[in-house]
Design a protein around this ligand. Sequence first.
Ligand code: PRP
Ligand code: ZN
Length: 288
Amino acid sequence: MQLNGTIRIAVQRSGRLSEGSLALLHQMGLDFEAYDHHLFASCRNLPVDLLFLRDDDIPEYVQDRVADLGIVGSNVVAEQNIQVRRLMDLDFGHCTLALAVPEQSETQSVAELQGRRIATSHPEMLGRFLEEHQVSAEIVRLKGSVEIAPALQVADAVCDLVSTGSTLRTNRLRVVETVTRCKALLVGPAQSDEKKGPLIEKLMLRARSVQEAKRYKYIMFNAPESALDEIRELLPGCKAPTVVQLAEPGYLAVHSMVLEERFWDVVDRVRCCGGSDILVAPVEKYIP
Ligand code: PRP
Ligand code: ZN
């Protein structure tokens, strides 16, 4: 194994966050190959190496500076008493940490778990949640495969991550309470390394530009010149919309960024102003 990169980024080897992590790194322009059983990959176009690890090990690797950056679930960071810096919230890996019981169980709330056994690999978060709800239950600490604990009769309930819900369904469990929401984070060591600072800044700018871009669409349409004031108000764009004279007198072509959440509303209003021939394109990167 050869690790000669300047920056090492730790990502989950196989699990919920693996695909999203690799997609983000590729969109950030890192050129690498990742195979199932490899523990690391070197980027061809930047001095960056990727380490593929168990998600639970990532904070410690970052704390000990074996890795300079890590992509890990907020649940893992919250669960461990390890000092890492939360550099950026990422917009994937959304899930909940939830209490679940066997489908046929009559339990409807956390209060009814008083005196029962709850299996989890998140004992810290579960402990705090039970305390807040003044419920005392036995926490059965497991490292993995929490979902089979009720079938094995080692627990009456589980406290586990739920993303698509397919793990729960397969194991005939149903959610009774949400403990907390989780998502992927970009983390770094508590103190940054001066030598690595510039490249880390560069990578973070790329990550932000990929994430920002997803919030927008690029819209292009034709409109009568007389509607320009209304259109400017509707589409402030970055500074202002780009307006180009059409070969047809009295008509303009307008280009602008628009927030995805406002998009359909904007389309309706553009049409009301006489806008037509509306084209929409995704935005891949946005660097303000
Ligand atoms: C979590 C959790 C479940 C699964 C739930 O594992 O432990 O196994 O995701 O997802 P679903 O609702 O889509 O079925 P994760 O990949 O976070 O890591 P782990 O194996 O370390 O628990
Ligand atoms: Zn894990």
